[in-house]
Ligand binder design. Structure first.
Ligand SMILES: Cc1cc2nc3c(=O)[nH]c(=O)nc-3n(C[C@H](O)[C@H](O)[C@H](O)COP(=O)(O)O)c2cc1C
Length: 426
């Protein structure tokens, strides 16, 4: 055998090989053990420690599930009908393959960018989500505080549980956008716009994918309503999530801050107040009412992107509402290249949907998005641990973006481009 011949040759030159010193054993002394010891006193803030131990957004999701009533968790986690859209967008992110550049100086990575002319320290936005104080009593203010601390934009929803003025007061600095649903009652929309303007919001996001509520089947099965009703089932749930219920019952009442609701399901609420007769003329109307930047959210084709740009939009947010409206909707990441060709260069194009990591955000930027909006990623954080949970979401996304960029060999978000990504079949 060739191996035996090599060994024999080595042994015949200098006699038998010495024994491997790492195979010699001794009885361990205290010093041998103490070098490895790292026993810390248990933390008194166990709840926060659990949040800080979450290594990724999926860990936060797991903790959120444990700390929140099932109906509330499902309201966030679920999407419409057969939930095909949400699964497809996550699948597409998992099929992205990066092509790294090696031997590039990446000692200093720059993640700062501008979003509609306003600086942002990170290329993502905490997108608009309604009813946030239901996920955790600390609500939109907690999200706004984390956003302000890290130089990230936060978009407050019309269906928020904090009013535009309250958020402004609670988080005076910070980069804020307001997401608008146009009401059947236009006078109300006009009034709300005036309040948002008065409160100094940077930009307006008009959501146009909600002429009617999507079929959220988990909500139907759970008998979910806003605010939650006290039924035998919810009373039983109290014993499983006492902290959530205690927080709900001992803090200011959970209500929509910008509209008065008689209670009921989300579908009933949307049916009562949202206008299913919105047309492109309403984008033009909004343009005449609001002189700051306007983003149209919920655009899902190149032709619509071109039309809203022509009607005066400064940006489009390609979104299918996180799969919560039309099931089998296009995946924003997939239609992004076509949309970029269809709109003038000065129109910024954002995407959202299915983002669970900083790597997903980097993929979106490589494909050409100016910024990526996140929804559930921070909602899992807030459900897991209020403001500390949102902070953990921020830390996870920030660390992941930076690490991915270093490994990709890119030192500035503005240098991420299409040549660095491919979509694998599987
Ligand atoms: C619980 C929840 C509430 C939402 N509420 C709103 C809303 O009030 N207005 C809006 O324009 N979009 C709303 N969205 C959609 C998000 O802005 C965003 O499009 C979506 O969450 C992106 O997908 P992701 O959650 O997978 O990141 C909501 C999403 C969730 C999960």
């Amino acid at each position: 055998m060739a191996a035996d011949r090599v060994r024999n040759a080595a042994e015949s030159e200098s006699g038998p090989l010495p024994q491997n010193p790492f195979k010699l054993r001794h009885v361990p002394k205290w010093n041998d053990v103490s070098d490895f010891l790292s026993i810390r006193a248990p933390r008194l803030d166990y709840s926060r420690a659990r949040v800080e131990a979450c290594a990724d957004i999926w860990d936060l999701r797991k903790l959120a599930r444990r700390r929140t009533p099932l109906a509330v968790f499902d309201y966030v986690d679920g999407s419409a009908a057969s939930e095909i859209t949400l699964a497809r967008q996550r699948d597409l992110y998992s099929r992205i393959e990066f092509e790294p550049r090696v031997l590039v100086d990446v000692a200093n990575v720059k993640t700062r960018t501008t979003i509609l002319g306003v600086e942002s320290d990170w290329p993502f936005v905490f997108g608009p989500t309604g009813f946030t104080r239901m996920m955790n009593h600390e609500g939109e203010v907690a999200v706004g505080r984390v956003a302000a601390r890290h130089g990230v934009h936060f978009a407050l929803s019309t269906l928020g549980t904090t009013s535009p003025e309250e958020l402004r007061r609670a988080v005076p600095g910070g980069r804020k956008m307001f997401q608008l649903y146009i009401w059947r009652d236009r006078a109300f929309s006009r009034e709300l716009l005036a309040r948002v303007k008065e409160s100094g919001y940077d930009a307006l996001i008009l959501t146009v994918d909600t002429p009617v509520a999507g079929q959220r089947l988990r909500d139907v099965r759970n008998g979910f309503s806003i605010p939650p009703r006290l039924t035998i089932k919810t009373l039983m749930d109290m014993s499983l999530h006492p902290a959530w219920w205690f927080n709900l019952l001992t803090t200011p009442p959970l209500e929509f801050a910008s509209l008065s609701s008689t209670g009921g399901t989300v579908a009933e609420l949307i049916g009562q107040v949202f206008d299913p007769q919105l047309t492109m003329a309403d984008v033009e109307w909004l343009r005449s009412e609001w002189d700051g930047p306007i983003v149209i959210k919920g655009v899902q084709s190149s032709s619509d992107a071109a039309r809203v740009a022509a009607a005066g939009a400064d940006a489009v947010l390609l979104s299918n509402h996180g799969g919560r409206q039309l099931d089998r909707a296009p995946v924003p990441l997939e239609i992004l290249p076509g949309v970029l060709e269809a709109v003038p260069e000065n129109v910024e194009v954002f995407i959202d949907g299915g983002v669970m990591s900083g790597g997903d955000i980097v993929a979106g930027l490589c494909m050409g998005a100016k910024a990526v909006f996140v929804g559930r990623a921070y909602l899992y954080g807030i459900m897991a641990g209020g403001e500390a949970g949102v902070e953990q979401t921020m830390k996870i996304l920030a660390k992941d973006i930076t690490t991915q960029m270093v490994l990709l060999g890119v030192d500035d978000v503005s240098k991420l481009d299409r040549s660095m990504v491919r979509v694998r079949e599987r």
